[in-house]
Design a protein around this ligand. Structure first.
Ligand code: FE
Length: 237
């Protein structure tokens, strides 16, 4: 008999939060990931699990290198939103932050980072939805002293939500139910960055006319500040 898998058991696993970047053909991209681990000390070797759907995945897979910025606990949600909730297919994320080019050619994001590491991939393990990139560290630098942001901080303190492509994603059913039960023309707040959608104002910059109820927004509408999706919004009381 197969033992029951209680998914809540996974929630007690602890993680950090990192910006993972790479470069390909002179282009840069980056994303947020919580799945960086050190696998050996000698040689210094790390691994990261990245969704195959993510743009950064292709950059790492083809260039064979990536960089990691370890985020400080004071990192603003707008910064996390830029890397975590927007796709590099649509915007140049690195043009909006300070970085320096590392020896692998990957951009090392300096903003909100306690330390940066860069690594060359030695093995790509196909894990189904994700690839586990195992890599030798070729550069590592401490930028400032502080406390690293943990995945638990991100969820509990900052009320962040997990993007769908993260390995630890869980469906926000309660949020969807809440949304369905709410009356039209309620204001909605972005849980990622705090932006408030006001139906009376709409979102004219993105083609949403004033007077449009949150419920009537297209499913692919995203937070104009951080790029979070509709399901990352909750009604304002
Ligand atoms: Fe937002």
């Amino acid at each position: 008999m197969t033992p029951e898998i209680n998914l809540e058991a996974f929630w007690n696993l602890s993680y950090g939060l990192y910006v993972i970047t790479s470069q390909l053909d002179g282009k840069f991209n980056g994303q947020i990931a919580n799945t960086v681990i050190q696998v050996t000390a000698e040689p210094p070797r790390i691994a990261v699990s990245i969704s195959k759907k993510n743009f950064t995945h292709d950059f790492i897979s083809h260039s064979g290198a990536f960089a990691v910025s370890v985020l400080d606990e004071s990192t603003p949600m707008t910064f996390i939103g830029l890397f975590g909730f927007k796709s590099g297919r649509n915007i140049d994320k690195l043009s909006q932050v300070s970085f320096k080019k590392g020896i692998t050619g990957c951009p090392l994001v300096l903003e909100n980072a306690l330390s940066v590491l860069e690594a060359k991939v030695i093995e790509q393990v196909d894990c189904g939805t994700h690839t586990l990139f195992i890599a030798d560290v070729v550069g590592a630098e401490v930028l400032s002293k502080g406390h690293p942001l943990t995945y638990a901080d991100y969820h509990l303190v900052k009320k962040g939500k997990t993007p769908k492509n993260a390995p630890t994603y869980r469906s926000p059913e309660s949020a969807i139910k809440k949304e369905r039960g709410e009356k039209a023309m309620t204001k909605y707040k972005c849980n990622v960055c705090g932006y408030i959608y006001e139906p009376a104002l709409g979102d004219p910059d993105n083609g949403i006319a004033p007077g449009t109820a949150f419920e009537a927004l297209p499913v692919d509408w995203v937070c104009p500040i951080c790029g979070a999706s509709k399901e990352d919004f909750e009604p304002e009381d």
